[in-house]
Design a protein around this ligand. Structure first.
Ligand code: PLP
Length: 377
């Protein structure tokens, strides 16, 4: 198989047999014509069930992740929700204590109506995982590095223990992409991506995907949920994601390099209490991250040495960092996480989360410098 960079560079670029176009066309049609004998000669019937552009993206993502199957949804949350819907009443699932707050709401609130219970566990502590696993635990959800505190979980360690207890492991690969971390090779059963972030990469797509290591009854159930639940990824978003994938490797390389510089800068800043970035040698998950990641990612969080109001003021003073939620685009974003997360939140009140984009590092450091220093006591 070619290198991942090569696969990415050619995403969505299978020449169109009817025109020779190098970039695959966008298939917006919702329905497909039958032949005179009533058959569907090209295999497509109706776009909720299957669509050529969405299928192209699903096939590409499965190859990139080394997965048997990929099922795409209208958002990362819809993808995660579909996976949780494969559980049955009475099942138990484990989620990390630090996890994207949307997932927290999904499992601790919405899934309760499904009769599924969930426990939050510090998955950096494998003994805590052992203690939380129950006979009815069916799934362990891993997010590493976690959102927003960048805690690092040993995927292979979690998988070994979960499998021994009869539970499957799903890893949220949104922050790492198939380039920085390969959960299926570390033993995980499922990878879930929000396509909204690095994979599409330009803050103009909402999408999600589930990738399964084997094609089995869970894959079939997910296809059923996709087709009949109907929360599918639309063809234009699939096409834009394929376009974004073509530059993923180059984008991420620069974003990771700049993130490392930003983290080092913040680490030395007198107004910064603590930097959360697994690339820093003092980070508690540094050794595990070094082992299971090819680079440390482009998300950096830091806690201000001050009050919540001062942290909000820092976010308000940036000019190049945009003050907005989300991540993974070409533009750098800064966000005070505690104020967007649904209460109750454990996120430290002075924590600011930065998504590092493609701007020149000197401009980003200058922006942080003036935001941290203006009005500093
Ligand atoms: N997983 C992680 C780690 C995220 O950060 C997010 C969104 O920020 C999601 C999942 C949800 O993705 P979406 O917004 O596409 O539903």
């Amino acid at each position: 198989m070619p290198h991942l960079d090569t696969l990415l560079a050619h995403a969505g670029c299978t020449p169109d047999p009817t025109t020779g176009a190098v970039v695959a066309p966008l298939h917006l049609s919702t329905t497909f014509e039958r032949a005179t004998d009533g058959s569907y000669p090209h295999g497509f019937v109706y776009s909720r069930a299957d669509n050529p552009t969405r299928r192209d993206l699903e096939t590409t993502l499965a190859r990139l992740e080394g997965a048997a199957a990929c099922i795409a949804f209208g958002s990362g949350q819809a993808a995660a929700h579909a996976l949780f819907q494969t559980l049955t009443p009475g099942d138990h699932l484990i989620v990390p204590d630090d996890v994207y707050h949307g997932i927290r709401v999904l499992v601790l609130d919405l899934m309760q109506h499904w009769g599924v219970t969930a426990t939050r566990v510090d998955l950096t502590d494998l003994e805590a995982l052992d203690a939380a696993l129950r006979p009815e635990t069916r799934l362990v959800w891993v997010e590493t590095p976690s959102n927003p505190c960048l805690k690092v979980t040993d995927i292979a360690g979690v998988t070994e223990r979960a499998h021994a207890a009869g539970a499957r492991v799903a890893v949220d690969g949104t922050w790492t992409t198939p380039l920085l971390q390969r959960p299926l090779e570390l033993g995980a059963d499922v990878v879930v991506h929000s396509l909204t972030k690095y994979l599409s990469g330009h803050s103009d797509v909402l999408g999600g995907a589930i990738l399964t290591r084997t094609a089995d009854e869970t894959t079939d159930a997910l296809r059923q949920i996709q087709t009949h639940g109907g929360g599918v990824l639309d063809p234009f978003s699939a096409w834009l994601t394929l376009r974004g994938l073509r530059s993923l490797s180059a984008r991420l390389r620069v974003q990771c390099q700049t993130a490392a510089q930003v983290a080092a800068y913040l680490d030395a800043h007198p107004r910064v209490h603590r930097v959360h970035y697994p690339g820093r040698p003092h980070h508690p998950g540094h050794a595990v991250a070094k082992r299971q990641m090819t680079d440390f990612g482009a998300m950096v969080s830091f806690e201000l040495d001050g009050t919540e109001a001062e942290a909000l003021a820092v976010a308000a003073r940036t000019h190049i960092f945009r003050r907005a939620t989300s991540l993974g685009g070409t533009e750098s974003l800064i966000e005070h996480r505690a104020s967007i997360e649904a209460p109750p939140t454990d996120t430290p009140p002075t924590l600011l989360r930065c998504s590092i984009g493609l701007e020149h590092p000197a401009d980003l450091l200058h922006d942080l410098s003036q935001a941290l220093e203006t009005g500093a006591s």
